[in-house]
Design a protein around this ligand. Structure first.
Ligand SMILES: Nc1ncnc2c1ncn2[C@@H]1O[C@H](COP(=O)(O)OP(=O)(O)OP(=O)(O)O)[C@@H](O)[C@H]1O
Ligand SMILES: [Mg+2]
Length: 400
């Protein structure tokens, strides 16, 4: 049985989670051996804005988890992220025309260099399929024979500065970052099954600072997006609308909030800290924001040529998906069935982490396990232990 220890740090806008897990890749299960969580400081909308404060939070989570200088996989989000689909073609010059891992790696290296701005770094090259001498629809080309090979890939990039700031905050705590993973891809790893991806699915992770989107069609990743609105925006709106402190608004939202104002009695009152508030007004504030989030998701799909009627069901996750009525509103706006999902296939501390707000955290362990096996190294941005992104980029351009 192949089992290995894996380490992840989910640097979220509201919470930092450090985890140690054991992955049983044959059975597709993650066992959480240790888990540490602290409130997050120094982040705004998914990006580090105060290195020292962020590092202190990461250090506290690592301490709580008992993590030292192990190699960790870290999640990344923020509005500096962009993505696009591309295709690259190379001639296979090997004598027997066999396609090797090395040849696929060359295609990925080539894809890394298409359309990337000077201040950006490629975070992922995710192959979507291959065309071998004109034959479409190949998913596993290694071992097949072809002269002309085209790789279709989804490329995710981020601002070098934002990636550096994240790496610095984590590495200030002594951790060694081996891979940076786009958060919605980690969440998808945790919440989706192969059948979901085959049928077509839009994963929407509503966190505290951002809403992250990943769309899969016919098994492959076709679109990713990071929307700079999350649960914190909902709470801020309630605080502003009701003229109450943020903490009171957060409690009101979690305890009594819904985004379906039509189901709330117009004269009903809810009580927090011995004060009464109109429940209908509360739901209208939340509904307005939720509508905006799903409108953004819909726009993002449409702008990328994805009609949501053909993009499959919507799977909501992240802490923000726990707000009452989110699946119903998602169905109203996007016009396809929606459900809320928590991480699948978790053993051990499962009652603690089997909640939507830990999807990214658990997914990072899944990514760590894949890298461990040496499989999709090229899929994630591999960074050296001192966060020297520039050195890493140079080596990619040299094709190393
Ligand atoms: N039961 C609940 N009802 C409504 N909202 C909730 C509930 N539980 C958590 N939330 C909201 O979820 C948000 C936090 O979600 P999550 O833990 O996924 O974010 P994060 O990972 O810290 O942030 P990000 O991924 O955006 O950087 C907060 O805004 C919080 O108010
Ligand atoms: Mg998150």
């Amino acid at each position: 049985m192949s089992q290995s220890l894996v380490y992840g740090i989910d640097v979220g806008t509201t919470k930092i989670v450090a985890l140690v897990g054991r992955v049983d890749s044959e059975r597709g299960l993650v066992e959480v051996l240790s888990f540490g969580e602290t409130p997050s400081q120094g982040l705004r909308r998914g990006v580090v804005v105060d290195r020292e404060a962020a590092a202190n939070s990461v250090a506290a989570a690592m301490d709580a988890c008992g993590m030292g200088d192990e190699p960790v996989v870290v999640g990344i989000a923020g509005s500096h992220i962009s993505s696009f689909n591309t295709e690259v073609t190379l001639l296979n010059r090997s004598r027997n025309l066999a396609i090797t891992e090395r040849f696929i790696h060359k295609l990925e290296t080539e894809a890394r260099q298409t359309g990337v701005g000077e201040d950006e770094q490629v975070i992922h090259v995710v192959p979507r399929g291959y065309v071998l001498d004109g034959s479409e629809g190949v998913q596993q080309p290694v071992g097949l024979a072809a002269r002309k090979v085209t790789m279709r890939a989804h490329v995710v990039t981020g601002a070098i500065s934002s990636i550096q700031n994240l790496l610095h905050a984590v590495e200030d705590c002594g951790a060694r970052v081996t891979q940076v993973v786009l958060e919605p891809l980690a969440s998808a790893e945790a919440c989706l099954q192969a059948a979901d991806r085959d049928a077509g699915v839009t994963l929407v992770d509503i966190g505290g600072g951002t809403t992250d989107v990943a769309v899969f069609l016919r098994g492959g990743l076709v679109h990713t997006a990071v929307i700079p609105i999350g649960g914190e925006s909902f709470t801020s709106d309630v605080a502003y609308g009701l003229k109450i402190p943020y903490e009171t608004a957060e409690r009101l939202k979690v305890r009594y909030g819904t985004v379906l104002s039509r189901i709330v009695d117009p004269v009903a009152a809810v009580r927090v800290d011995r004060r009464h508030y109109n429940a209908h007004f509360l739901s209208q504030i939340l509904e307005y924001r939720a509508q905006e989030v799903f409108d953004y998701v819909s726009d993002s799909l449409r702008k990328n040529g994805l009609d949501n009627r053909f993009s499959g069901d919507t799977v909501l996750t992240g802490g923000g998906s726990l707000l009452d009525g989110m699946t119903e509103l998602s169905e109203d706006v996007l016009g396809v069935p929606a459900r809320t999902a928590a991480p699948l296939g978790v053993e051990g501390n499962s009652n603690v982490v089997q909640k939507p707000q830990y999807s990214t955290s658990i997914g990072l362990l899944g990514y760590a396990a894949k890298t461990d096996k040496g499989k999709p190294k090229s899929e994630g941005a591999t960074v050296n232990s001192f966060g020297s992104i520039v050195a890493a980029i140079k080596s990619w351009f040299r094709g190393e």
